[in-house]
Design a protein around this ligand. Structure first.
Ligand code: KG4
Ligand code: ZN
Length: 316
């Protein structure tokens, strides 16, 4: 079954063709980084305009690379929510036009669930139930997965998303946009124990997150001591964020008694986060799935994969 995936929820336009939920035939991603860079964040109006301008040519390129013709597409999967309203609309309208013109069935998928579905593309067997952690620029969410498609929320951020604070703190430290990779690089030269930033655990049982406090304490630190010590600030901040993410995954493993953890979202590209998650998974006797870096950030292959499994479930 050939599934066309369409992703336009934020600032990446992506079109992919995936066979049977696992095999990527093509996965084209056009980033709008350059457009939003000078504003230090995503400008919704510019994002939807850029999606409109590029989506058709990306579709044709994805088709050409995959070797699949329009008539050979069996299903279209498009990101339905959450995301920027105007940006989502571009993907949905494009998907519906194809459905209307070529009578191809259409399914809308949840963007956060799709981030976890990036792990289905490894082709490895996954033992469910599992815990899923999505950490991106817009979201920090913990999920319980009964199987690939039965997904229930366990916790979420009550204020900023993890990626969002990486971006904001990177801006405070003059490291540029997008901040996550720049901050990770700066932290490599710093001592993570030189400056202690606070970790918000929200009580012993909580699976929710709060990251605005650590951001505020970085602001206060910089006001007091200036920017002479950027690597140590970056390393201390990164450690505080990762400590909380790891602790919440550990709690979720224990509370839900699972043997599998799935990670997803742009922040999972962070090497320290990957290393610490591996350590905790090993200590808890669980199997950890981490997507390839290119499948951590927004892409349409993960959307197509989830669409395939949702469609299998609906079929008699
Ligand atoms: O999943 P994604 O592409 O977009 C959303 O759906 O939000 O994630 C982008 C986020 C940005 O906030 C970016 O700074 C962060 O992921 N990010 C990182 C790293 N690479 C990307 N954060 C920390 N360390 C990284 N290496
Ligand atoms: Zn995303």
């Amino acid at each position: 079954m050939n599934v066309l995936g369409i992703e336009t929820s934020c600032d990446e336009t992506s079109i992919a063709l995936v066979k049977n939920g696992k095999k990527i035939l093509s996965n084209i991603v056009a980033s709008q980084e350059i457009i939003h860079q000078k504003f230090g964040g995503v400008v919704p109006e510019l994002a939807s305009r850029a999606h409109t301008e590029i989506i058709e040519s990306l579709f044709l390129e994805a088709l050409r690379k995959s070797g699949v013709t329009i008539k050979e597409i069996n299903l279209i999967a498009v990101t339905g929510s959450p995301g920027l309203k105007g940006s989502l609309l571009i993907g949905k309208v494009f998907a519906r036009s194809l459905t209307f013109a070529y009578q191809i069935p259409l399914i809308e998928v949840n963007h956060l669930h799709a981030h976890l579905a990036a792990n289905f593309l490894s082709g490895e067997e996954i033992n469910f139930p599992a815990i899923g952690l999505v950490v991106s620029g817009g979201h920090t969410n913990l999920f319980y997965l009964k199987n690939r498609t039965k997904i229930k929320p366990l916790g979420e951020t009550l204020d900023d998303a993890a990626g969002e604070v990486f971006d904001k703190v990177a801006r405070i430290l003059n490291l540029g946009y997008p901040g996550g990779p720049a901050l990770e690089k700066a932290a490599e030269k710093g001592n993570p124990d030189a400056i202690k930033f606070p970790c918000a655990y929200m009580g012993k049982e909580s699976l929710d997150f709060s990251f605005s406090g650590v951001k505020t304490s970085v602001i206060y630190y910089v006001k007091k001591y200036g920017l002479n010590n950027i690597p140590d600030i970056a390393a201390g901040f990164q450690k505080a964020i990762i400590k909380v993410l790891v602790e919440k995954v550990k709690r979720a493993i224990k509370f839900k008694k699972v043997k599998t953890v799935l990670l997803g979202g742009g922040v999972v590209s962070n090497k320290v986060l990957r290393r610490e998650m591996k350590k905790i998974a090993l200590a808890e006797g669980t199997y950890l799935f981490v997507p390839l870096s290119v499948l951590c950030t927004d892409n349409a292959a993960m959307v197509a994969s989830l669409g395939y499994y949702l469609c299998q479930e609906e079929s008699p």
